[in-house]
Design a protein around this ligand. Structure first.
Ligand code: SIN
Length: 289
């Protein structure tokens, strides 16, 4: 795995779960404050593996927020209400009666915002007996595997990322309300409804280029939706080829931490008539370049 060799660690152990990305980390209790040396190793593990997983973590909203603050400012979701006492923690609660889930398409978080999320943490409070796995895809590999011609073609192109509308035109709040047991919000009127971001993004910490695409990219800057569609659809489909992905099987107490700057993810909706409850905290990021 180019650039993902997982050289020796002193405080943690890493176990890769797929060829493309993803590693389970052991030797850490995220419920406790962590020493700077341990945090530095977790950061290195994240940069090397793009998404990291911890098992058997006894998390509370306060503990998740404390761990998340090590990576930056906490982001508050503009469309979904947080937990009553913890507005910065989302409870993703798919009940047995819900038909659709949250995050059930390939995407990277808050791409619609001028400064999309750096990272997201998701902790499993209750999981179905089987199913409810999450897929992740490596956007460095997605970019590196494009032809030189395609890389040149998209090198200066920006995608128009939309947050509050589904492609059908229905408001996201209305769509979510119909499909998942969560309280949706209408965003503040002065919040930008879309953001332009480069299709080829340079990671601010690793310096590597990745393909910055996902379900939020609806069309290309200075082009119509019809003109944009073939390229947007091609890049979207290409971005999650199986060899770029890993699949994580949740257990109660598992925590995933992914780097939104170089991955996409997809929550699989394959557990009808069962409940899945997750707690989610997102860390603010910077302007993509
Ligand atoms: C998300 O897109 O943040 C949700 C992922 C999941 O529930 O597995």
């Amino acid at each position: 795995m180019d650039g993902m060799s997982n050289s020796a660690y002193r405080y943690i152990q890493t176990h890769r779960i797929a060829g493309a990305l993803g590693a389970e980390i052991s030797g850490v209790n995220l419920a406790e404050p962590l020493a700077l040396e341990v945090l530095a190793e977790i950061r290195r593990a994240l940069l090397e593996n793009l998404v990291i997983f911890f098992r058997d973590q006894d998390m509370t909203p306060e503990r998740m927020l404390r761990f998340a603050r090590n990576w930056g400012e906490i982001h508050r979701h503009p469309y979904i209400a947080g937990m009553p006492d913890y507005p910065d923690v989302l409870e993703l609660n798919k009940k047995a009666s819900d038909k659709r889930n949250f995050g059930g398409d390939w995407h990277t978080d808050q791409m619609f915002a001028p400064k999309p999320a750096m990272g997201t943490m998701l902790w499993a409070k209750q999981v179905p007996a089987a199913g409810g796995d999450t897929l992740f895809a490596n956007m460095y590999l997605a970019y590196e595997s494009l032809s030189d011609g395609m890389k040149a073609l998209i090198s200066d192109v920006r995608g128009m990322c939309v947050g509050d509308k589904k492609k059908s035109g229905a408001s996201r709040a209305a769509v979510n309300a119909a499909t998942i047991s969560m309280t949706t919000l209408e965003p503040p009127p002065d919040m930008p409804r879309e953001s332009a971001h480069p299709l080829v993004r340079t990671h601010p910490e690793t310096g590597r280029k990745s393909l910055y695409i996902g379900g939020h990219v609806h069309y290309l800057e200075n082009m119509t939706r019809e003109e944009s569609a073939p390229l947007v659809e091609y890049l979207y489909e290409h971005s999650h080829r199986p060899e770029f992905t890993c699949r994580f099987r949740w257990q109660q107490g598992s925590l995933a931490f992914w780097d939104n700057r170089c991955t996409q993810h997809f929550a699989i909706n394959d557990y009808p008539a069962e409940t899945r409850i997750m707690h989610r905290v997102t860390v603010c990021g910077d302007t993509p370049y």
